[in-house]
Design a protein around this ligand. Structure first.
Ligand SMILES: Nc1ncnc2c1ncn2[C@@H]1O[C@H](COP(=O)(O)OP(=O)(O)OP(=O)(O)O)[C@@H](O)[C@H]1O
Ligand SMILES: [Mg+2]
Length: 471
Protein backbone atom coordinates (compact mmCIF):
# COMPACT_ATOMS: atom_id res chain seq x y z
CA UNK A 1 0.00 0.00 0.00
CA UNK A 2 1.40 3.41 -0.86
CA UNK A 3 1.33 5.92 1.93
CA UNK A 4 2.05 9.49 1.00
CA UNK A 5 2.95 11.97 3.71
CA UNK A 6 3.39 15.68 3.07
CA UNK A 7 5.69 16.61 5.88
CA UNK A 8 6.09 20.22 6.93
CA UNK A 9 9.49 20.22 8.53
CA UNK A 10 12.33 22.75 8.92
CA UNK A 11 15.35 21.84 6.80
CA UNK A 12 17.50 21.63 9.93
CA UNK A 13 15.35 18.72 11.22
CA UNK A 14 15.34 16.44 8.18
CA UNK A 15 18.29 14.46 9.47
CA UNK A 16 16.34 13.79 12.69
CA UNK A 17 13.43 12.50 10.62
CA UNK A 18 15.76 10.24 8.61
CA UNK A 19 17.14 8.79 11.84
CA UNK A 20 13.65 7.77 12.92
CA UNK A 21 13.00 5.83 9.70
CA UNK A 22 14.15 2.34 8.62
CA UNK A 23 17.11 2.75 6.23
CA UNK A 24 15.26 5.37 4.20
CA UNK A 25 16.10 6.48 0.69
CA UNK A 26 16.64 10.20 0.34
CA UNK A 27 16.86 12.69 -2.46
CA UNK A 28 17.11 16.45 -2.84
CA UNK A 29 17.73 18.48 -6.02
CA UNK A 30 21.46 18.74 -5.30
CA UNK A 31 21.88 14.96 -5.62
CA UNK A 32 21.84 13.43 -9.13
CA UNK A 33 21.63 9.95 -7.52
CA UNK A 34 19.29 8.62 -4.87
CA UNK A 35 21.02 8.42 -1.47
CA UNK A 36 20.41 6.00 1.38
CA UNK A 37 20.71 6.69 5.11
CA UNK A 38 21.85 3.75 7.24
CA UNK A 39 23.48 5.65 10.09
CA UNK A 40 25.74 7.06 7.39
CA UNK A 41 25.19 8.09 3.78
CA UNK A 42 25.62 5.79 0.82
CA UNK A 43 24.94 6.62 -2.79
CA UNK A 44 22.73 4.21 -4.75
CA UNK A 45 23.21 3.82 -8.50
CA UNK A 46 19.71 5.07 -9.23
CA UNK A 47 19.94 8.34 -11.13
CA UNK A 48 16.84 10.41 -10.31
CA UNK A 49 17.70 13.91 -11.45
CA UNK A 50 14.87 14.76 -13.77
CA UNK A 51 11.77 13.08 -12.41
CA UNK A 52 12.22 11.55 -8.97
CA UNK A 53 8.62 10.37 -8.57
CA UNK A 54 8.78 8.27 -11.74
CA UNK A 55 12.27 7.00 -11.03
CA UNK A 56 11.52 5.60 -7.59
CA UNK A 57 8.45 3.62 -8.72
CA UNK A 58 10.15 0.24 -8.36
CA UNK A 59 11.49 0.81 -4.84
CA UNK A 60 9.95 -0.40 -1.59
CA UNK A 61 10.34 1.00 1.92
CA UNK A 62 10.59 4.55 3.18
CA UNK A 63 11.58 7.29 0.76
CA UNK A 64 12.14 10.95 1.63
CA UNK A 65 12.06 13.51 -1.18
CA UNK A 66 13.03 17.07 -0.48
CA UNK A 67 12.74 20.14 -2.67
CA UNK A 68 9.65 19.17 -4.70
CA UNK A 69 7.27 21.35 -2.76
CA UNK A 70 9.18 24.61 -2.86
CA UNK A 71 7.14 26.04 -5.74
CA UNK A 72 3.84 24.78 -4.30
CA UNK A 73 2.18 21.59 -5.54
CA UNK A 74 1.84 21.89 -9.30
CA UNK A 75 -1.09 20.22 -11.06
CA UNK A 76 1.33 17.72 -12.57
CA UNK A 77 2.82 16.81 -9.23
CA UNK A 78 -0.65 16.41 -7.69
CA UNK A 79 -1.62 13.96 -10.43
CA UNK A 80 1.63 12.09 -10.11
CA UNK A 81 0.95 11.69 -6.40
CA UNK A 82 -2.58 10.47 -6.97
CA UNK A 83 -1.27 7.94 -9.51
CA UNK A 84 1.39 6.80 -7.06
CA UNK A 85 -1.29 6.27 -4.43
CA UNK A 86 -3.43 4.24 -6.83
CA UNK A 87 -0.43 2.15 -7.91
CA UNK A 88 -0.59 0.63 -4.44
CA UNK A 89 3.13 0.05 -3.92
CA UNK A 90 4.87 -1.08 -0.71
CA UNK A 91 6.17 2.37 -0.17
CA UNK A 92 5.91 5.18 2.34
CA UNK A 93 6.70 8.35 0.55
CA UNK A 94 7.61 11.49 2.50
CA UNK A 95 7.56 14.77 0.59
CA UNK A 96 9.24 17.21 2.90
CA UNK A 97 9.38 21.00 2.86
CA UNK A 98 9.44 24.06 5.09
CA UNK A 99 5.94 25.18 4.12
CA UNK A 100 3.18 23.06 2.59
CA UNK A 101 -0.16 24.09 1.15
CA UNK A 102 -2.08 20.96 0.23
CA UNK A 103 -4.75 21.48 -2.47
CA UNK A 104 -8.19 20.22 -1.47
CA UNK A 105 -8.36 17.52 -4.17
CA UNK A 106 -5.22 15.88 -2.82
CA UNK A 107 -6.42 15.45 0.76
CA UNK A 108 -8.10 12.03 0.27
CA UNK A 109 -4.79 10.56 -0.96
CA UNK A 110 -2.19 12.02 1.39
CA UNK A 111 -1.57 12.73 5.05
CA UNK A 112 -0.35 16.16 6.01
CA UNK A 113 1.91 16.23 9.05
CA UNK A 114 3.83 18.83 10.98
CA UNK A 115 7.19 18.13 12.57
CA UNK A 116 6.51 18.77 16.25
CA UNK A 117 8.54 21.29 18.21
CA UNK A 118 10.34 19.70 21.13
CA UNK A 119 8.74 20.65 24.44
CA UNK A 120 10.67 22.23 27.30
CA UNK A 121 11.40 18.85 28.92
CA UNK A 122 12.88 17.43 25.70
CA UNK A 123 15.04 20.53 25.24
CA UNK A 124 16.37 20.44 28.79
CA UNK A 125 17.25 16.75 28.30
CA UNK A 126 18.98 17.67 25.05
CA UNK A 127 21.12 20.23 26.92
CA UNK A 128 21.77 17.99 29.91
CA UNK A 129 22.99 15.21 27.63
CA UNK A 130 25.65 17.68 26.45
CA UNK A 131 26.64 18.71 29.98
CA UNK A 132 24.90 22.12 29.74
CA UNK A 133 22.91 23.21 32.78
CA UNK A 134 22.61 27.01 32.99
CA UNK A 135 19.13 28.41 33.51
CA UNK A 136 19.79 31.31 31.11
CA UNK A 137 20.74 28.85 28.40
CA UNK A 138 17.74 26.72 29.12
CA UNK A 139 15.44 29.71 28.61
CA UNK A 140 17.26 30.85 25.48
CA UNK A 141 16.77 27.53 23.68
CA UNK A 142 13.03 27.29 24.27
CA UNK A 143 11.21 27.38 20.96
CA UNK A 144 14.12 25.99 18.93
CA UNK A 145 14.17 22.69 17.10
CA UNK A 146 16.75 20.11 18.15
CA UNK A 147 18.58 20.12 14.81
CA UNK A 148 18.66 23.91 14.82
CA UNK A 149 20.02 23.82 18.37
CA UNK A 150 22.64 21.20 17.51
CA UNK A 151 23.87 23.46 14.65
CA UNK A 152 24.02 26.47 16.97
CA UNK A 153 25.93 24.53 19.62
CA UNK A 154 28.55 23.44 17.13
CA UNK A 155 28.72 26.90 15.55
CA UNK A 156 29.37 28.47 18.96
CA UNK A 157 31.51 25.72 20.46
CA UNK A 158 33.96 27.21 22.94
CA UNK A 159 31.65 29.91 24.35
CA UNK A 160 30.76 29.69 28.01
CA UNK A 161 27.11 29.00 28.85
CA UNK A 162 26.14 32.65 29.46
CA UNK A 163 27.71 33.84 26.20
CA UNK A 164 26.09 30.90 24.42
CA UNK A 165 22.69 31.92 25.82
CA UNK A 166 23.25 35.46 24.49
CA UNK A 167 24.29 34.19 21.06
CA UNK A 168 21.21 31.97 20.85
CA UNK A 169 18.84 34.77 21.91
CA UNK A 170 20.48 37.01 19.29
CA UNK A 171 19.95 34.28 16.66
CA UNK A 172 16.26 33.98 17.58
CA UNK A 173 15.76 37.73 17.28
CA UNK A 174 17.57 38.02 13.96
CA UNK A 175 15.38 35.24 12.53
CA UNK A 176 12.39 37.55 12.98
CA UNK A 177 13.73 40.60 11.23
CA UNK A 178 11.86 41.42 8.07
CA UNK A 179 8.63 39.76 9.19
CA UNK A 180 6.75 43.02 9.80
CA UNK A 181 7.74 43.18 13.41
CA UNK A 182 9.45 46.05 15.12
CA UNK A 183 12.33 45.02 17.29
CA UNK A 184 12.26 47.39 20.23
CA UNK A 185 15.50 49.05 21.29
CA UNK A 186 17.08 48.06 24.60
CA UNK A 187 15.51 49.77 27.65
CA UNK A 188 17.33 52.97 28.68
CA UNK A 189 17.31 51.89 32.34
CA UNK A 190 15.85 49.41 34.82
CA UNK A 191 12.19 49.93 35.77
CA UNK A 192 12.35 50.48 39.53
CA UNK A 193 9.80 51.13 42.25
CA UNK A 194 7.28 48.57 40.94
CA UNK A 195 7.57 45.68 43.35
CA UNK A 196 4.31 44.01 42.33
CA UNK A 197 5.46 43.93 38.73
CA UNK A 198 8.81 42.53 39.88
CA UNK A 199 7.09 39.62 41.60
CA UNK A 200 5.06 39.09 38.44
CA UNK A 201 8.35 38.69 36.56
CA UNK A 202 9.61 36.03 38.92
CA UNK A 203 6.28 34.22 38.57
CA UNK A 204 6.61 34.18 34.77
CA UNK A 205 10.19 33.00 35.09
CA UNK A 206 9.07 30.09 37.30
CA UNK A 207 6.38 29.16 34.81
CA UNK A 208 8.98 28.85 32.07
CA UNK A 209 10.72 26.02 33.94
CA UNK A 210 10.26 22.41 32.84
CA UNK A 211 8.90 21.57 36.32
CA UNK A 212 5.96 23.92 35.66
CA UNK A 213 5.33 22.24 32.32
CA UNK A 214 5.49 18.81 33.97
CA UNK A 215 3.01 20.02 36.62
CA UNK A 216 0.53 20.80 33.83
CA UNK A 217 0.64 24.56 34.42
CA UNK A 218 -0.08 26.46 31.24
CA UNK A 219 2.06 29.46 30.40
CA UNK A 220 0.42 32.75 31.50
CA UNK A 221 -1.42 34.74 28.88
CA UNK A 222 -0.26 38.23 29.65
CA UNK A 223 -0.93 41.52 31.34
CA UNK A 224 -2.62 44.81 30.56
CA UNK A 225 -0.74 47.82 31.94
CA UNK A 226 -2.71 51.01 32.33
CA UNK A 227 -1.63 54.36 33.66
CA UNK A 228 -0.82 57.97 32.89
CA UNK A 229 1.84 58.77 30.29
CA UNK A 230 5.46 58.42 31.37
CA UNK A 231 4.91 56.07 34.31
CA UNK A 232 7.03 53.23 32.93
CA UNK A 233 4.57 50.87 31.20
CA UNK A 234 6.61 50.49 28.03
CA UNK A 235 9.82 50.38 30.05
CA UNK A 236 8.46 47.48 32.07
CA UNK A 237 7.59 45.56 28.89
CA UNK A 238 11.15 46.01 27.60
CA UNK A 239 12.57 44.99 30.96
CA UNK A 240 10.37 41.89 31.06
CA UNK A 241 11.86 40.50 27.89
CA UNK A 242 15.41 41.48 28.89
CA UNK A 243 15.10 39.96 32.36
CA UNK A 244 13.51 36.75 31.14
CA UNK A 245 16.02 36.48 28.28
CA UNK A 246 13.20 36.22 25.74
CA UNK A 247 12.84 37.98 22.40
CA UNK A 248 10.54 41.00 22.51
CA UNK A 249 8.32 41.44 19.48
CA UNK A 250 6.52 44.72 19.11
CA UNK A 251 3.49 45.11 16.89
CA UNK A 252 4.12 47.89 14.44
CA UNK A 253 0.80 49.64 13.92
CA UNK A 254 1.88 51.73 10.97
CA UNK A 255 3.14 48.62 9.21
CA UNK A 256 0.14 46.52 10.21
CA UNK A 257 -2.75 48.55 8.88
CA UNK A 258 -2.78 48.80 5.11
CA UNK A 259 -5.24 50.44 2.68
CA UNK A 260 -5.06 47.38 0.39
CA UNK A 261 -7.96 44.95 0.85
CA UNK A 262 -7.06 41.90 2.90
CA UNK A 263 -3.51 43.04 3.56
CA UNK A 264 -4.01 44.24 7.16
CA UNK A 265 -5.49 40.85 8.12
CA UNK A 266 -2.62 39.05 6.37
CA UNK A 267 -0.11 41.26 8.20
CA UNK A 268 -1.70 40.50 11.56
CA UNK A 269 -1.78 36.77 10.75
CA UNK A 270 1.93 36.89 9.84
CA UNK A 271 2.73 38.74 13.05
CA UNK A 272 0.89 36.23 15.23
CA UNK A 273 2.52 33.35 13.35
CA UNK A 274 5.96 34.88 13.89
CA UNK A 275 5.18 35.22 17.61
CA UNK A 276 4.15 31.57 17.80
CA UNK A 277 7.22 30.26 16.04
CA UNK A 278 9.49 32.38 18.22
CA UNK A 279 7.82 31.22 21.43
CA UNK A 280 8.64 31.61 24.18
CA UNK A 281 8.65 35.33 23.61
CA UNK A 282 7.04 38.56 24.75
CA UNK A 283 4.55 40.11 22.32
CA UNK A 284 4.19 43.78 23.08
CA UNK A 285 1.23 45.90 21.95
CA UNK A 286 2.48 49.35 22.88
CA UNK A 287 -0.10 52.15 23.08
CA UNK A 288 -2.85 49.74 22.12
CA UNK A 289 -5.41 52.52 22.37
CA UNK A 290 -3.79 54.36 19.44
CA UNK A 291 -4.67 51.53 17.09
CA UNK A 292 -7.75 49.79 18.39
CA UNK A 293 -9.36 52.14 20.87
CA UNK A 294 -12.06 53.11 18.46
CA UNK A 295 -12.91 49.48 17.62
CA UNK A 296 -16.29 49.10 19.25
CA UNK A 297 -16.74 45.38 18.71
CA UNK A 298 -20.51 45.56 18.91
CA UNK A 299 -20.93 48.31 16.31
CA UNK A 300 -17.86 48.99 14.20
CA UNK A 301 -17.56 47.37 10.84
CA UNK A 302 -14.18 48.73 9.82
CA UNK A 303 -10.81 47.07 9.57
CA UNK A 304 -10.09 47.84 13.24
CA UNK A 305 -13.01 45.73 14.32
CA UNK A 306 -11.83 42.89 12.11
CA UNK A 307 -8.29 43.03 13.45
CA UNK A 308 -9.43 43.37 17.07
CA UNK A 309 -11.68 40.33 16.53
CA UNK A 310 -8.80 38.30 15.06
CA UNK A 311 -6.63 39.24 17.99
CA UNK A 312 -9.33 38.24 20.47
CA UNK A 313 -9.65 34.81 18.88
CA UNK A 314 -5.90 34.31 18.85
CA UNK A 315 -5.57 35.37 22.49
CA UNK A 316 -8.27 32.88 23.37
CA UNK A 317 -6.89 29.96 21.41
CA UNK A 318 -3.13 30.33 21.28
CA UNK A 319 -1.21 27.51 22.93
CA UNK A 320 2.35 28.71 22.33
CA UNK A 321 4.22 30.36 25.21
CA UNK A 322 3.68 33.93 24.08
CA UNK A 323 3.43 36.43 26.92
CA UNK A 324 1.34 39.35 25.70
CA UNK A 325 1.74 42.81 27.18
CA UNK A 326 -0.69 45.54 26.25
CA UNK A 327 -0.05 49.11 27.40
CA UNK A 328 -2.58 51.92 27.30
CA UNK A 329 -3.59 55.00 29.22
CA UNK A 330 -7.20 54.28 30.17
CA UNK A 331 -8.89 51.00 30.86
CA UNK A 332 -12.15 52.20 29.29
CA UNK A 333 -10.30 52.36 25.97
CA UNK A 334 -10.49 48.62 25.50
CA UNK A 335 -13.52 46.36 25.37
CA UNK A 336 -14.23 44.07 28.37
CA UNK A 337 -13.95 40.97 26.16
CA UNK A 338 -10.29 41.82 25.52
CA UNK A 339 -9.60 42.49 29.19
CA UNK A 340 -11.00 39.07 30.07
CA UNK A 341 -8.33 37.38 27.98
CA UNK A 342 -5.48 38.54 30.17
CA UNK A 343 -4.45 37.15 33.53
CA UNK A 344 -4.14 40.56 35.13
CA UNK A 345 -4.79 44.25 34.65
CA UNK A 346 -2.26 46.38 36.49
CA UNK A 347 -2.44 50.09 37.16
CA UNK A 348 0.85 52.01 37.11
CA UNK A 349 0.38 55.20 39.12
CA UNK A 350 2.72 58.11 39.83
CA UNK A 351 5.57 56.87 42.05
CA UNK A 352 5.40 57.15 45.84
CA UNK A 353 8.31 58.63 47.85
CA UNK A 354 10.31 55.38 48.09
CA UNK A 355 9.89 54.73 44.36
CA UNK A 356 10.91 58.31 43.52
CA UNK A 357 14.16 57.77 45.45
CA UNK A 358 14.88 54.59 43.46
CA UNK A 359 14.06 56.32 40.17
CA UNK A 360 16.43 59.18 40.98
CA UNK A 361 19.21 56.70 41.84
CA UNK A 362 18.71 54.67 38.64
CA UNK A 363 18.90 57.76 36.45
CA UNK A 364 21.74 59.42 38.37
CA UNK A 365 23.83 56.28 38.00
CA UNK A 366 23.77 56.78 34.23
CA UNK A 367 25.78 60.00 34.54
CA UNK A 368 27.75 59.86 37.79
CA UNK A 369 28.54 57.83 40.88
CA UNK A 370 25.62 57.79 43.28
CA UNK A 371 26.04 61.02 45.32
CA UNK A 372 26.19 60.74 49.12
CA UNK A 373 23.60 63.44 49.80
CA UNK A 374 22.22 63.80 53.31
CA UNK A 375 18.78 62.37 54.14
CA UNK A 376 17.58 65.95 54.54
CA UNK A 377 18.62 66.79 50.93
CA UNK A 378 17.03 63.63 49.62
CA UNK A 379 13.78 64.40 51.44
CA UNK A 380 13.66 67.89 49.93
CA UNK A 381 14.30 66.49 46.47
CA UNK A 382 11.76 63.69 46.80
CA UNK A 383 9.18 66.13 48.06
CA UNK A 384 9.81 68.76 45.35
CA UNK A 385 9.31 66.10 42.66
CA UNK A 386 6.11 64.99 44.39
CA UNK A 387 3.78 65.26 41.41
CA UNK A 388 6.24 64.07 38.79
CA UNK A 389 6.20 60.97 36.61
CA UNK A 390 9.31 58.76 36.35
CA UNK A 391 9.72 60.11 32.83
CA UNK A 392 9.82 63.70 34.14
CA UNK A 393 12.34 62.68 36.82
CA UNK A 394 14.52 60.88 34.25
CA UNK A 395 14.52 63.94 31.96
CA UNK A 396 15.29 66.32 34.84
CA UNK A 397 18.29 64.18 35.84
CA UNK A 398 19.53 64.21 32.25
CA UNK A 399 19.19 68.01 32.01
CA UNK A 400 20.92 68.40 35.37
CA UNK A 401 23.79 66.26 34.04
CA UNK A 402 24.00 68.48 30.93
CA UNK A 403 24.00 71.61 33.09
CA UNK A 404 26.73 70.36 35.42
CA UNK A 405 28.85 69.34 32.42
CA UNK A 406 28.46 72.73 30.74
CA UNK A 407 29.39 74.46 33.96
CA UNK A 408 32.68 72.57 34.06
CA UNK A 409 31.51 69.94 36.59
CA UNK A 410 31.20 66.80 34.44
CA UNK A 411 29.79 63.84 36.38
CA UNK A 412 29.08 66.04 39.37
CA UNK A 413 25.34 66.60 39.75
CA UNK A 414 24.18 68.47 42.84
CA UNK A 415 20.84 68.68 44.63
CA UNK A 416 20.70 72.33 43.52
CA UNK A 417 21.01 71.25 39.86
CA UNK A 418 17.95 69.05 40.31
CA UNK A 419 15.97 71.66 42.25
CA UNK A 420 16.83 74.15 39.51
CA UNK A 421 15.50 71.72 36.86
CA UNK A 422 12.33 71.19 38.87
CA UNK A 423 11.54 74.91 38.54
CA UNK A 424 11.87 74.74 34.75
CA UNK A 425 8.75 72.68 34.09
CA UNK A 426 5.21 72.09 35.27
CA UNK A 427 4.49 68.39 35.83
CA UNK A 428 1.66 67.04 33.68
CA UNK A 429 -0.27 66.16 36.82
CA UNK A 430 -0.29 69.80 37.90
CA UNK A 431 -0.89 71.19 34.42
CA UNK A 432 -3.80 68.83 33.89
CA UNK A 433 -4.91 67.41 37.25
CA UNK A 434 -8.29 66.17 36.05
CA UNK A 435 -6.72 63.84 33.48
CA UNK A 436 -4.72 61.73 35.94
CA UNK A 437 -7.53 61.67 38.50
CA UNK A 438 -9.90 60.39 35.86
CA UNK A 439 -7.39 57.66 34.84
CA UNK A 440 -7.19 56.70 38.54
CA UNK A 441 -10.97 56.62 38.91
CA UNK A 442 -11.24 54.28 35.94
CA UNK A 443 -8.58 51.99 37.41
CA UNK A 444 -10.00 51.50 40.89
CA UNK A 445 -10.39 47.78 40.48
CA UNK A 446 -7.03 47.09 38.90
CA UNK A 447 -4.09 45.72 40.87
CA UNK A 448 -1.44 48.37 41.68
CA UNK A 449 2.08 48.08 40.22
CA UNK A 450 3.68 48.97 43.55
CA UNK A 451 2.64 48.05 47.05
CA UNK A 452 2.49 50.47 49.95
CA UNK A 453 5.64 52.50 50.53
CA UNK A 454 7.63 50.95 53.41
CA UNK A 455 10.83 52.86 52.75
CA UNK A 456 12.39 55.41 55.06
CA UNK A 457 11.25 58.13 52.64
CA UNK A 458 7.61 57.41 53.26
CA UNK A 459 5.67 60.45 54.45
CA UNK A 460 3.00 59.61 57.02
CA UNK A 461 -0.40 61.04 56.07
CA UNK A 462 -1.45 64.12 57.97
CA UNK A 463 -3.03 63.09 61.37
CA UNK A 464 -6.09 65.19 60.55
CA UNK A 465 -6.46 63.33 57.26
CA UNK A 466 -6.13 60.02 59.14
CA UNK A 467 -8.94 61.06 61.52
CA UNK A 468 -11.13 61.95 58.58
CA UNK A 469 -10.51 58.49 57.15
CA UNK A 470 -11.48 57.02 60.54
CA UNK A 471 -8.08 55.25 61.07
N1 LIG B 1 9.85 52.79 36.91
C1 LIG B 1 10.79 53.50 36.29
N2 LIG B 1 12.06 53.49 36.70
C2 LIG B 1 13.01 54.23 36.07
N3 LIG B 1 12.74 55.01 35.00
C3 LIG B 1 11.50 55.07 34.54
C4 LIG B 1 10.46 54.29 35.15
N4 LIG B 1 9.33 54.52 34.47
C5 LIG B 1 9.64 55.36 33.47
N5 LIG B 1 10.92 55.71 33.50
C6 LIG B 1 11.60 56.62 32.56
O1 LIG B 1 10.60 57.23 31.75
C7 LIG B 1 10.79 56.91 30.37
C8 LIG B 1 9.45 56.77 29.69
O2 LIG B 1 8.72 55.68 30.25
P1 LIG B 1 7.71 54.81 29.40
O3 LIG B 1 7.91 55.07 27.95
O4 LIG B 1 7.80 53.42 29.86
O5 LIG B 1 6.32 55.44 29.84
P2 LIG B 1 4.84 54.92 29.44
O6 LIG B 1 4.15 54.64 30.74
O7 LIG B 1 4.93 53.82 28.48
O8 LIG B 1 4.23 56.22 28.79
P3 LIG B 1 3.10 56.34 27.62
O9 LIG B 1 1.77 56.08 28.27
O10 LIG B 1 3.22 57.77 27.18
O11 LIG B 1 3.46 55.37 26.55
C9 LIG B 1 11.59 55.62 30.40
O12 LIG B 1 12.32 55.46 29.19
C10 LIG B 1 12.51 55.85 31.60
O13 LIG B 1 13.59 56.69 31.25
MG1 LIG C 1 4.44 53.63 26.45
Amino acid sequence: MTQIILYQIPTSEIEFLLRQLQSPYYWNPAHPYLMRWEGHWTQTDLRVEADPLDRIAALTGEIVLEGLLEQGLSTRLCHQLINTFRANRSQTLYLVGERIHCPENLFPFVQVQDWPRPDSVALSQFLQARGLHSEALYRAVLGLYCGELANLLSRHAGLNEDRLAEAITHYKISKLQGRGITLVPQPDCRAVGMDILDSLLSEISDLLKPEAFAAGLPFPRGVILIGPPGTGKSLFAKNTAARLGLPLLCADWTGLISPLPGESEANLRALLHAAEVSAPCVLFWDDYDKAFASADLSRDTGIEKKLAGMLLTWLQERTASVYTIVTLNRINQIPPELRRRFDRTIFVDLPHEGARYEIFCTHLEKYCELPDWSDRDWKILISEYGECTPDEIGKAVYLAAVRSYRQGRPRHITVEDLLYQRKQFTPANIANPGQIQSIRNHSKFALKASSEDRSRWRVEPDPLFKTMLGR
